[in-house]
Design a protein around this ligand. Structure first.
Ligand SMILES: [Zn+2]
Length: 258
């Protein structure tokens, strides 16, 4: 959680969090060189696991150049070239969060380059979908692109930030779906629970964003409370917040949370 203070790790540990996975993402500004990404990959594979471990939290991560910075094709190619050497690090779960931000041609090209790396190295994939009016079109483009990679099993791909109008397309194509809880944009607890109920919580995980804007690292435990208030029993809550993420991430043997 490179964008957050250590206090957030403490609060998450107090709320019962035992493991997190951190996608490679935007730095709050566009990085100027591949060297900047090299240092970032070291930060999230070497330093952050130690910071999290101080609070008893296991730290995992995903690697990529995020779509927001993928418009510079030369830079993106250089960064993608750095990824294979980091895939061997202990906490690395796969490629992500890749995907589309503005649905541009360059973003799509770089998305497909990452998928090639995932296919070549047998990696799990975490996909970011665009916001607001771009989300439906972007999700369709993403699903279509994924279908072009026959070596990538849909059950090893999670498409994140789904909403009511995109979740069915994702799950019906065999992918996992991620619901991102957010205080201002993206999804509220009750909208998330509605979607979980409609799809019987199958192949879905919930996550919180811990980014540079307003976001809430405790969004998952707060939503657990809302689930109980809505009559969910303990086993059903545990399935969504514990069993489902373990099932998805456990497809990578490096994920060892028991
Ligand atoms: Zn995202």
């Amino acid at each position: 959680m490179v964008s957050r203070t250590t206090d957030d790790y403490e609060r998450m540990a107090m709320a019962g969090c035992v493991a997190i996975c951190e996608p490679a993402f935007w730095a709050g500004f566009d990085r100027a060189s591949a060297q900047g990404f090299y240092d970032y990959f070291r930060q999230i594979t070497e330093y952050e696991p130690k910071r999290a471990a101080k609070f008893g939290i296991e730290h995992y991560c995903w690697l990529c150049i995020n779509p927001k910075e993928a418009e510079d094709l030369k830079l993106a190619e250089e960064v993608i070239g750095l990824i294979p050497e980091f895939l061997q690090k202990p906490g690395v779960l796969g490629i992500g969060e890749i995907g589309l931000n503005k649905n541009s041609r360059n973003e799509l090209a770089i998305f497909e380059r990452h998928l090639q790396v995932a296919q070549d190295h047998g990696q799990l994939v975490l996909v970011h979908t665009p916001h607001l009016e771009d989300k439906l079109k972007g999700t369709r483009l993403i699903v279509d692109a994924l279908k072009g990679f026959s070596g990538i099993d849909p059950g090893r791909v999670i498409i994140d930030h789904v909403e009511e109008h995109t979740i069915d397309a994702v799950l019906d194509a065999g992918f996992w779906a991620g619901i991102t809880l957010y205080p201002e944009s993206k999804c509220t607890p009750h909208r998330a629970i509605d979607m979980l109920e409609q799809r019987q919580a199958e192949r879905i995980w919930m996550n919180s964003a811990c980014d540079w804007g307003v976001s809430d690292p405790l969004a998952v435990p707060k939503t657990m409370r809302a689930m109980r208030q809505r009559g969910w029993d303990a086993a059903a809550v545990e399935r969504v917040v514990w069993e489902n993420p373990k099932a998805f991430m456990g497809q990578n043997p490096r994920f060892t949370v028991a």
